[in-house]
Ligand binder design. Structure first.
Ligand code: A3P
Ligand code: EST
Length: 290
């Protein structure tokens, strides 16, 4: 893969350069009724929820969740990188029920997901922690353009020019339609605060009734510490030339409020203004501290 390819635009949305080549196939993708979709803006807890759901579908059988890396167990719908099998093809030949991950905003999700009335779990995270996490992810994964300094990246982010576009449009777009569709809208901060409560919501939503000991096992397997050490969840199986965990590990901190360690007073004010401006037309509210 070419290192640090520029972002491209598809249907008005910035996307990782190589992914743009497969956009038509993504739009034409045929979802199935039994598909379960995990939708997020990047860095909002996608991998965490992917592991939770894979464990649930396998009734907490840890050995089964060791069958492959998280990106193999939960394919990334938009994923297309030269030299690798493109995700839509992998999904087309996968058996149901399929767990699928996507970073698409609601208005660009392939229409078959709506036609088939698929269950969707959306996770949102506060913008300051997303920004910081995304910056470090850009640094460590060469599929992204060079983020520049944190200050430069912050500008690009606020302008909505990072991969998958504007954070506020994403969280608001999914929030707006959540009641008309079969969507469970969750928050990363809530998952951190009470993992058991949020996992119970997911279990109920997907219609699983797992015994208490299995639920307990799922919670233990999906703590930050356990997932950081789990090679099938922490992306350590990707070559270091593609994802360099010595620059910043994929499982970086897993906390709420890390923005306090990164943002200057001026940068924090800029983000407060951004948040106020962008969120003035919604009743969606985020927590920035635990
Ligand atoms: P940080 O960079 O703030 O640590 P995604 O999977 O959507 O790319 O999100 C990645 C973020 O979720 C990273 O945030 C990562 O550390 C965090 N994360 C992953 N697994 C987690 C877990 N089990 N508990 C808490 N945070 C987790
Ligand atoms: C891109 C965005 C994102 O939020 C998560 C991931 C995880 C898997 C990554 C992918 C991505 C970008 C492209 C890769 C891929 C693993 C190998 C591939 O080259 C880095």
């Amino acid at each position: 893969m070419v290192n640090r390819p520029p972002i491209k635009l598809v249907s008005g949305m910035p996307i990782l350069g190589p992914f743009a080549e497969n956009w038509e196939n993504v739009q034409r993708f045929q979802a199935r009724e039994e598909d379960l979709l995990i939708a997020t803006y990047p860095k909002s807890g996608t991998t965490w929820m992917s592991e939770v759901l894979d464990l649930m579908l396998h009734n907490g059988d840890v050995a089964k969740t060791q069958r492959g890396a998280i990106y193999e167990r939960v394919p990334f719908l938009e994923y297309a990188v030269p030299g690798m099998r493109i995700c839509t093809e992998i999904l087309n030949s996968s058996e149901s029920p399929r767990l699928i991950k996507s970073h698409l905003p609601a208005h660009l999700l392939p229409s078959s997901f709506w036609e088939k009335k698929c269950k969707i779990i959306y996770i949102a995270r506060n913008v300051k922690d997303v920004l910081v996490s995304y910056y470090h992810f850009y640094r460590m994964a060469v599929v992204h353009p060079d983020p520049g300094t944190f200050e430069e990246y912050l500008q690009t982010f606020i302008e909505g020019k990072v991969a998958f576009g504007s954070w506020s449009d994403h969280v608001k777009g999914w929030w707006k339609i959540r009641q008309q569709k079969d969507i469970l809208y969750l928050f990363y901060e809530d998952m951190l605060q009470d993992q058991e409560r949020e996992i119970r919501k997911v279990m109920k939503f997907i219609g699983k009734d797992l015994p208490e000991d299995v639920l307990e096992k799922i919670i233990q397997r999906t703590t930050f510490k356990t997932m950081k050490e789990n090679h099938m969840a922490n992306y350590s199986t990707i070559p270091s030339s593609v994802m360099d965990h010595t620059i910043s590990p994929f499982m970086r901190k897993g906390i709420c409020g890390d923005w306090k360690n990164q943002l200057t007073v001026a940068q924090n004010e800029l983000l407060d203004e951004y948040y106020k401006r962008e969120m003035s037309d919604t009743d969606l509210i985020f927590r920035f501290e635990d």
